[in-house]
Design a protein around this ligand. Structure first.
Ligand SMILES: [Mg+2]
Length: 168
């Protein structure tokens, strides 16, 4: 249950995702339109080619995205598709649970990603970066363990074809 004072996003409103690395440095800033929010699961969409700020420079994704953010989970799920085309890829980011202040969604990116292809292949990505950043940022042991669990959880969910992976 979210607390009574926790803001819930209004469908159709614009919000900004601001993901940082563990030291607070901006990592990824992406605008979204809210699809739905029940206080637990926030669903947003992103239109292909809208500018995104990333720590590697401005970026315009060629994919339309439908994105699932659960306030109590250590991962999110991006459903990526080229405009007018079928599903291209599910891209899952391991992060701290997101917080939403009414306009901005925030979390710490924890490097690990899980890619799920339409044929069902599930791949863990960026384990090398996760290992490097454990040292660089001094991740607490509890964060390391939770991030590894989250990667396993979302992989298992995808293999079981659970929501949202059952939404095609
Ligand atoms: Mg990553």
């Amino acid at each position: 249950m979210s607390s009574p004072s926790a803001p819930v996003a209004t469908p159709g409103s614009r919000i900004l995702l601001r993901a940082t690395k563990f030291d607070g440095a901006a990592h990824w800033i992406q605008p979204f339109t809210v699809v739905s929010d029940d206080g637990q699961l926030l669903v947003t969409q992103y239109k292909a080619r809208t500018p995104i700020y990333s720590s590697r420079g401005e970026f315009r994704s060629p994919y339309d995205s439908l994105v699932y953010f659960w306030r109590d989970r250590w991962y999110n799920v991006f459903r990526l598709s080229r405009p007018g085309c079928e599903l291209a890829l599910w891209y899952c980011n391991v992060t701290t649970p997101p917080t939403f202040d009414g306009c901005q969604l925030s979390y710490v990116d924890l490097d690990l990603d899980v890619a799920v292809r339409p044929n069902g292949c599930v791949d863990l990505l960026d384990a090398d970066e996760f290992a490097v950043h454990q040292q660089k940022y001094g991740y607490p042991q509890s964060v390391i363990a939770r991030a590894e669990e989250a990667a396993e959880e979302v992989s298992a969910l995808a293999r079981a074809n659970g929501f949202p992976f059952n939404k095609g």
